[in-house]
Ligand binder design. Structure first.
Ligand SMILES: C[C@@]1(CC(=O)O)C2=NC(=C\c3[nH]c(c(CCC(=O)O)c3CC(=O)O)Cc3[nH]c(c(CC(=O)O)c3CCC(=O)O)/C=C3\N/C(=C\2)[C@@H](CCC(=O)O)[C@]3(C)CC(=O)O)/[C@H]1CCC(=O)O
Ligand SMILES: NC(=O)c1ccc[n+]([C@@H]2O[C@H](COP(=O)([O-])OP(=O)(O)OC[C@H]3O[C@@H](n4cnc5c(N)ncnc54)[C@H](O)[C@@H]3O)[C@@H](O)[C@H]2O)c1
Length: 232
C-alpha cells in the first residue's frame, strides 16, 4: 500500500450503499469537501438528515434505488458498501473497467485504496493503516493517539506554519539554516508550554531562537485572542 493525501475538494465520489459503512465514508468525503453521489434504496438516519439539509447545496446527490450500470459515471473514487455480494461484484467490475479506483467494504484484497483511521487536528492528520488486516486495531490506535495528540497540536501547527511562511520568505536564511531553525523552534518542551498556556516562556524561546531581528506578534502567530493569552 502507498499512502497519499488526496485533495478531493469538488471531485465526484460515488458511494453505493446507504448503511453504517457508507455513512462513515460519506461523512468523511463531505468533510474533505468532495461531491458525493449515493446510490442506495435506503439510508441511515444520519445520511437522511444530511440529505435533508442539502436542498440548496448540490454537494450530495441521492439516487434512491438499487445500483445500475452507469451510476459511477464521472466519479474519481468509488465505494462499494452494500451488504449484497452480487452488487459488490457489479460495482467492482464497472469501476475497474472504467479505470476508476474502488474501495470494497467487504473485501480488503479487492480494494484499490483503503481508508485509514485518522486523528484530525485541523491541518494535522495522523492516519493509521493496517493495510486492511485489522481495522479494529487501527481504530484502537487512533483512539490512543487522540489522547496523546490533543488540540494543543493545532496551536503548535499554526505557529509552525506561520513561522515557516515568514522564514521561507526571508532571503537571508538559506535552506540548511532553515532546517536547523525549525528544529530549534521545536524545543522538547514547546508542547508543554502551549498546553500550560505559558505564553511568556514561549515568547522568550522564540526570541532566543529567531534572534533580535525577527519581530513577531505571538497572538497573531498563534491565532489566539488577547484574552486567551493573558498570563495565568
Ligand atoms: C479505519 C476505518 C476507516 C473508515 O471506515 O472510515 C476502517 N474500518 C473502520 C472500522 C471498523 N471496520 C470494521 C470494524 C469491526 C471490527 C473488525 O472486524 O475488525 C471496525 C471497528 C469499529 O467499528 O470500531 C469491520 C471491517 N472493516 C473491513 C472489513 C472487511 C474485511 O476485513 O473483510 C470488516 C469486517 C466486516 C465484517 O464483519 O464482515 C474493511 C476495511 N475497513 C477499513 C477501514 C479498511 C482497512 C483499514 C485498515 O488498514 O485497517 C478496509 C479494508 C476497507 C475500507 O473500508 O476502507 C474505520 C475505523 C474508523 C475509526 O474509528 O477511526
Ligand atoms: N469496511 C468497513 O469498515 C466495514 C465495517 C463493517 C462492515 N463491513 C462490511 O460492509 C458491508 C456493509 O456494511 P453495513 O454495516 O453498512 O451494512 P448495512 O446493512 O447497514 O447497509 C447495507 C446498505 O446497502 C444498501 N443496498 C442493498 N442493496 C443495494 C443495491 N442493490 N444497490 C445499492 N445499495 C444497496 C442497503 O440499502 C443498505 O443501505 C457488509 O458486507 C459488512 O460486512 C465493512
Amino acid at each position: 500500500m502507498y499512502h497519499i493525501s488526496l485533495n478531493i475538494a469538488g471531485k465526484l465520489c460515488a458511494v453505493v450503499g446507504g448503511g453504517n459503512v457508507a455513512e462513515r465514508k460519506v461523512l468523511s468525503l463531505l468533510n474533505a469537501h468532495a461531491s458525493v453521489r449515493i446510490i442506495s434504496p435506503q439510508l441511515t438516519e444520519v445520511l437522511a438528515e444530511v440529505l435533508s439539509k442539502q436542498t440548496a447545496n448540490p454537494a450530495v446527490e441521492w439516487r434512491s434505488r438499487g445500483y445500475q450500470h452507469g451510476d459511477l459515471a464521472g466519479a474519481l473514487l468509488v465505494f462499494a458498501a452494500t451488504d449484497n455480494p452480487v452488487v459488490q461484484d457489479a460495482v467492482v467490475r464497472d469501476a475497474k473497467k472504467a479505470g476508476m479506483l474502488v474501495n470494497v467494504a467487504d473485501a480488503p484484497d479487492l480494494c484499490d485504496f483503503q481508508i485509514p483511521a485518522v486523528v484530525r487536528r485541523d491541518n494535522l492528520n495522523i492516519a493509521v493503516s493496517t493495510n486492511g488486516t485489522s481495522p479494529a486495531l487501527a481504530a484502537k490506535i487512533r483512539q490512543d493517539l487522540e489522547k496523546r495528540y490533543g488540540d494543543e497540536y493545532e496551536v503548535l501547527l499554526r505557529l509552525m506554519a506561520r513561522l515557516r511562511a515568514r522564514i521561507c520568505n526571508d532571503a537571508s536564511i538559506d535552506g540548511s539554516d532553515r532546517k536547523i531553525l525549525f528544529q530549534n523552534i521545536l524545543h522538547e518542551d514547546i508542547i508543554h508550554w502551549i498546553r500550560g498556556e505559558q505564553w511568556e516562556r514561549l515568547s522568550q524561546h522564540l526570541d532566543t531562537v529567531l534572534g533580535p531581528d525577527v519581530h513577531f506578534d505571538l497572538l497573531d502567530l498563534l491565532e489566539l485572542t488577547e484574552k486567551e493569552t493573558k498570563p495565568r
